[in-house]
Design a binder for this molecule. Sequence first.
Ligand code: IMP
Ligand code: MG
Length: 180
Amino acid sequence: MNIDDKKWEVLCSKEEIEDKTQELGRRLTEDYQGRNLYVISLLRGSFIFCADLVRTIDLKLKVNFMISSSYGDGLQTSGKVMIDKDVEEDLTEFDVLLVDDIADSGLTLKHVMEHLKTKNPKSLKSCVLLNKPSRRLTDLEPDYFGFTIPDAFVVGYGLNYGDHYRNIPYVFIVTDEDRY
Ligand code: IMP
Ligand code: MG
C-alpha cells in the first residue's frame, strides 16, 4: 500500500482486528444461540467489519444494510443524522444487531437505534469495531465493541478520510491533522 509513513500510525493491525473479530464472533454465537439474529450493517463505514464479523458467527442469520449520514465538515459530525436507506422488512420476529464501524460522538448509533426501536424487534443491540468514549455526546453505549481507542481520527478497514482509504486492511491514526 502506498502510504506515507509520516502521516499514518498503525492503531489496530490486521492480526489484532482478526483476533478481536473472532472473539466477538464467539461471544455473539453464544449470546444469540436459539435466537433469530438479523444483522444490520450501517453503510458505508461498516461494510468490511460486518462482512468479516458475520463470517465468524456460527449461526443461521440474516444480513441487511442501512445507509446513514451525518452532515459535517468531514472530520466532525454535525449532530444531524439522516437515514438515507432504511430496512423495509418486518423486524418484529427478529433479534436485531446493528453493526457500525465506530462509536465516536455516539449520535449516529443513538439515532439509528431509536429509529430501529420503533420497528419493535424482539431485541435490539449494537456492535461496533471501534469505541471512542472520550468523544461521546450521548448516553448510549455500544453493547459490543472491539477496541477502545483514544481521541484521534482513524482510517482504514472501512473508515474513510476524504472518502478514501476504506480498503486499507488495518486501522491508522491520522497524525498530521491539526484538529487533533
Ligand atoms: P458518531 O460521531 O458516533 O455519530 O459517528 C458518525 C460517523 O462518523 C461514524 O459512523 C463514522 O463513519 C464517522 N467517524 C467517526 N469518527 C471517525 C474517525 O475517527 N474516522 C473515520 N470516521 C469516523
Ligand atoms: Mg459511519
